[in-house]
Design a protein around this ligand. Structure first.
Ligand code: MRU
Length: 377
């Protein structure tokens, strides 16, 4: 495959016509990391400074940043910020391991977090002195960021032919693609995983339309994916979470593409709660169900995702209240009786048998232990 067409620099993802990454080093101060604060989108655009490891921890935990690849990159910069706070004396090794454990405890499901923190840990071990470790942590975080951008770009290139094939079979009629949560550039650094093939198809003039699951409780679909697609001028329709099954039965969905927070070595896919139900409906209706993910999301040490992937449970308030834009400000309203009990599971696991294929930066791969194993090489 020739990777020639996609994304000259000026074509990268934009907000109001200006290109942003989700995270970057502050130009005037390399000791400060800046992020787009996603808690306010699509209503307000705010940039936040992260100056300490605690800032990075809470940015991940409280979902100022979210999405598996972005959580990983933020944690890598978090390690750098932690190292910056150290004094030359004292037990460096113990402290750095403490930083890694602290950051890893911020959110449990996305394996990219551990992948990134372990990578910085390994790299910093190569140096003896604190100044060198700081430099290495900084360079490693920058490298991870660059890698995730390139991974997503390649996922776009490998995923594109799957859309093109359906478009050809439909003689150029609109390809209807369903996605869940936000696996777009806001969940990564640029391009996105599930969205990268969509952006490429749109750029190449293939007619697409995206069904966007609203994705309760945090509404990453209606707030973030719809926002991204709107900014790129891609036709899309936001649907209530339970709508997908009907649309599939009525022939209104040609394919599903979702992201993942952790995929085990046997191909079970953890993704935002509700993904599994879409995969079941897709299977019942013979609709291809693809998972787009970088290798940093594959847990090669785990062979049984259904029983082993830890599922985050978040604050019941997220279910109890809905957040929206009213009177020029973000407002929360309660949508149930005050004393009703609430459960807030963040993710579910789609068994490998319902996954048509994984779209990775190396190639499109079967969701089987045998094929996933070959990605390591
Ligand atoms: O709770 P979130 O918003 O971090 O969950 C995000 C998702 O479930 C995404 O689909 C997943 O991280 C893939 S991101 C490319």
């Amino acid at each position: 495959m020739i990777f020639s067409y996609f994304y000259q620099k000026s074509e990268l993802m934009k907000i109001n016509g200006k290109h942003y990454h989700t995270i970057w080093v502050k130009e005037s101060d390399p000791n400060t990391i800046q992020i787009i604060d996603q808690r306010f989108l699509p209503f307000e655009f705010k940039i936040q400074d992260l100056k300490t490891i605690e800032d990075a921890f809470y940015a991940i935990k409280d979902m100022w940043v979210r999405g598996a690849p972005l959580i990983g990159v933020t944690a890598a910069y978090g390690m750098y910020l932690g190292l910056l706070s150290l004094k030359k004396d004292g037990n460096l090794k113990e402290k750095i391991i403490g930083f890694a454990n602290y950051l890893e405890s911020s959110r449990p499901t996305a394996i990219n977090l551990k992948f990134a923190v372990d990578f910085v840990l390994r790299k910093t071990k190569e140096a003896e002195y604190l100044e060198d470790k700081i430099k290495i942590a900084f360079e490693t975080a920058n490298q991870l960021k660059a890698d995730e951008i390139e991974n997503c770009r390649l996922i776009g290139e490998y995923g594109f032919p799957l859309i093109e094939k359906i478009s050809k079979a439909k003689k150029g009629e609109t390809v209807n693609i369903l996605t869940h949560c936000n696996a777009g550039w806001l969940a990564c650094v640029d391009y996105g995983t599930a969205t990268a093939p969509l952006y490429l198809a749109h750029k190449k003039g293939i007619k697409i339309h995206v069904w966007v699951d609203e994705t309760r409780p945090r509404n990453q679909g209606s707030r973030l994916t719809a926002f991204e697609l709107e900014q790129e001028g891609i036709p899309h329709t936001v649907i209530a979470d339970n709508t997908g099954g009907l649309l599939m039965q009525k022939g209104m969905v040609d394919m599903c593409i979702v992201g993942s927070d952790r995929t085990s070595a046997n191909g079970d896919v953890a993704n935002k709660i509700g993904t599994y139900l879409k995969a079941l409906a897709a299977s019942d209706n013979n609709i291809p169900f693809y998972v787009a993910l970088p290798l940093s999301t594959i847990d090669f040490n785990m062979n049984d995702g259904i029983n082993q992937i830890p599922i985050e449970q978040r604050d019941p308030e997220e279910v109890k209240y809905v957040e929206g834009w009213s009177n020029n400000k973000i407002t929360k309203v309660r949508i149930m009786p005050e004393n009703s009990q609430v459960a807030n599971y963040g993710f579910d696991i789609t068994p490998a048998k319902y996954v048509t294929a994984l779209i990775t930066e190396k190639r499109v791969c079967k969701a089987t232990q045998k094929d996933i194993e070959t990605l390591k090489k």
